[in-house]
Design a binder for this molecule. Structure first.
Ligand code: NAD
Ligand code: UD1
Length: 333
């Protein structure tokens, strides 16, 4: 079965391409390298020893999408292509809405023209805003996003719902990721943030490597076990496997609109992450407690039961695995 993977060279796309290829799917990649490097293509080949087709192009360009569908018998799409920096989205809302919403409209309309209606979409726990309850269920209230990035995910979810309402032969899976971290065991692919990382684990890895002096822990007065923010960290390889499970479900069901949380169901605090990173990697991570970061929330973790029941998905990697693999990638790159 041929699957178009948009944003294939990025962090989650590259790990998902590996899992798909290893499961025997035929992968057709698309990326414009706005946030990734061409070398990733060779690395995916090296890990899997499998060939795949790849198009360099921008999803905002309808022509490239039309060409891809004309030249390949694509049966399903996994759509990762988007910008993902929360801070940058506040500075550049138009760029974010164009890239994260208009490009999906292009994709969906070209899919419709070609009568291909099976899609897995990368959404985020950010759509729950400041959650009313934890653990967060798929039925928990969504909305209240505080930045254009989060709102772009909310808009696309709404577009997919409207599309399905208009034509229930669409076969859609919306995956709401919690906090993906870690990297492939090989140390060949992983997260490559531009400039100074905004997210916790990539920042810790740079501090451990000596590239940044110390970590700023954003607040220790939250209503959590030790006062620091609690999140649901999931190994990126588990997340990638979740996409294969989603494809398997769509292949079986033929139509429907499904929404799943992809997380582990366990929340860890910032201090727990620092301590575990230090312990498993035997390296010091100097840190200072500073003011809260604006827009942050106390706790965010998933109820993973629906994905377990309906997708047969359960994250298998531990926090120790995630932090070892994150450090392994940082050391190698
Ligand atoms: P990433 O930036 O590493 O990967 C995205 C890839 O898409 C990059 O290779 C980039 O070059 C490409 N791309 C962007 N716009 C494109 C366009 N118009 N045309 C073609 N290619 C384009 O990000 P990621 O962490 O792999 O995230 C993948 C998806 O998952 C995104 O939609 C993101 O919003 C979503 N998501 C990520 C996280 C996270 O923490 N990483 C959490 C929740 C949701
Ligand atoms: C961030 C994004 C969110 C995205 C999610 C998954 C923001 C505001 N939100 O969420 O949209 O879906 O990543 O990738 O960026 N922390 C520190 N010091 C740091 C960095 C982080 O103490 O240098 C703390 C934060 O306050 C938080 C935790 O670490 O408590 C995790 O932060 P981060 O990795 O940025 O993820 P989220 O804030 O959950």
């Amino acid at each position: 079965m041929k699957i178009l993977v948009t944003g294939m060279c990025g962090y989650i796309g590259s790990h998902t391409a590996v899992e798909l290829l290893e499961k025997g799917y035929e992968v057709i990649g698309l990326d414009n390298f706005s946030n990734s490097k061409k070398e990733v293509l060779e690395k995916i080949k090296k890990i899997t020893n499998k060939a795949f087709k790849f198009y360099e192009g921008d999803m905002i360009d309808r022509n490239i999408l039309e060409t891809i569908f004309k030249e390949n018998d694509i049966k399903a799409v996994i759509d990762f292509a988007a910008y993902k920096s929360v801070g940058e989205s506040v500075q550049k809302p138009l760029e974010y809405y164009i890239n994260n919403v208009s490009s999906v409209l292009n994709l969906l309309s070209v899919m419709k023209e070609n009568d291909i209606k099976t899609i897995v979409f990368s959404s985020s726990a950010t759509v729950y805003g400041n959650p009313e309850e934890v653990p967060i269920k798929e039925t928990s209230k969504i909305g209240g996003t505080t930045n254009p990035y989060g709102t772009s995910k909310l808009f696309v979810e709404k577009i997919l719902e409207d599309l399905y309402k208009s034509d229930d032969t669409w076969n859609i899976c919306i995956l709401r990721y919690f906090n993906p971290i870690g990297a492939h065991k090989s140390g060949l692919i992983g997260e490559e943030p531009n400039g100074i990382p905004a997210n916790l684990v990539p920042y810790i890895a740079k501090v451990a490597k000596g590239k940044l002096k110390s970590l700023n822990v954003f607040g220790n007065d939250y209503d959590t076990k030790d006062g620091t923010g609690v999140r649901d960290y999931i190994h990126v390889v588990d997340l990638a496997v979740g996409h294969v499970k989603a494809i398997e479900k769509l292949e079986k069901d033929k139509k429907g609109l499904h929404i799943y949380n992809l997380g582990t169901g366990t929340g860890y605090s910032v201090l727990e992450i620092i301590k575990t990173f230090e312990k498993v990697n035997n390296i010091k991570v100097p840190y200072n407690i500073v003011e809260r970061r604006s827009g942050d929330i106390d706790s965010c973790y998933s109820d993973p039961e629906k994905a377990k029941k309906e997708l047969n998905f359960k994250a298998k990697y531990t926090l120790e695995d995630m932090l070892k693999d994150a450090w392994n990638y940082e050391k190698n790159n």
